[in-house]
Design a binder for this molecule. Sequence first.
Ligand SMILES: [Zn+2]
Length: 258
Amino acid sequence: MNIKFGPVGIGKLKDIEKTFKEYSELGFRCAEIPFTYGVYIKEKETAEKIKHLAEKYNLELSIHAPYWINLNSEDWEKIEASKERIIESCKVGEWLGAKVVVFHAGFFSKINREETYNNIKNRINEIQEIINNRNKWKIKLAPETMGKINVFGSVEEISLLVKETDCSFCLDFAHILARDKKIDMKKIEKLFPEKEWHAHYSGIEYGEKGEKRHIPTKDAYWEGLFEKLPKDKKIRLICEAPEPVKDAINGLQIYLSR
Ligand SMILES: [Zn+2]
């Protein structure tokens, strides 16, 4: 199987072994740890324990960095705080043996697209200088494709960042659908020729301006995605539905019965 399924969320830290065992028995092969409201794993010892349990139960871990990130802010202090949050996520992610740190790169606000792109690119280069060059961490930055049209993160923008900074990426197919009103897999395959994809999926409600909210992943959504996904890639597919475990189980069942 080329797709590794898993949910966002790892439950309570005190129950981690029970949760990972359950995930493994359900057929999950990955899980994403959401540092949505802060990097809540603080100690190296705790992180390393989780790392070893993830290895024991054959789960690849990834991190979602906190939501309060804007690498294109007009306020220098906010940019510095955003960089700090990403670097902190990388430090703990490295302890956890995670492959990538996913993050929402920034907003356009009053800054035009070209300048926004350059600002975000420069900030990513600065962070990589610290995490990969100075600290020699293996973890990769993965800016995510975003669902709202007024937010930085079209497939073209993320692909260009990958080419110009050698960062990794997160393809959120629900966001892509909400932003582009379709998933043009031929185009995406051209933009992302890499053999490994880190991806998100769930049902999504959207309008003219793109994403409104994540909703349950209907069977038809899963089937529509599986029809399009390339067969020659290794894909970590993290389910971000309101009930991510339930939907990921269903997605995996549909995938296996095809
Ligand atoms: Zn996502």
